[in-house]
Design a protein around this ligand. Structure first.
Ligand code: AMP
Length: 110
């Protein structure tokens, strides 16, 4: 089923795209929780991290995150978040990594 993010990847819904390659597309979150808040979304329609096969290669998401963090000048650090399921607050059922930076983060997360 096509998700909101599938439509953004297809260019049917506008987004502030900051990075893309053959595996994924990254764009700024519409409701940023930090000065830098970017979503890294695989082109493949995978509902969440729970659906990634054990043998699946999703290293590319981390590679993209590292490149984008460098691109955004986040030398002081950043946080990567994947929300899986209702209790974690996942609202879009298309796997995505949140890249957050530009401020200090507390631990544990809320
Ligand atoms: P999650 O709650 O982990 O599923 O994350 C979904 C994220 O998508 C939220 O942080 C939303 O703010 C973000 N979001 C929803 N609609 C859009 C949109 N049209 N463009 C960019 N980000 C969006």
């Amino acid at each position: 089923m096509a998700t909101l993010f599938t439509k953004i990847i297809a260019g049917e819904i506008p987004a502030d795209i900051v990075y893309q390659d053959e595996h994924c597309v990254a764009f700024r979150d519409i409701n940023p929780q930090a000065p830098v808040h970017i979503l890294i979304v695989p082109r493949a329609e995978i509902p969440g991290i729970a659906d990634v096969p054990e043998t699946g290669d999703h290293q590319h998401l981390l590679n993209a995150a590292r490149k984008i963090a460098e691109q955004e000048g986040l030398a002081g650090g950043y946080r990567l978040v994947i929300n899986q399921g209702v209790e974690a607050g996942q609202t879009v059922d298309h796997l995505h990594v949140h890249l957050l930076g530009g401020r200090a983060f507390s631990w544990p997360p809320g």
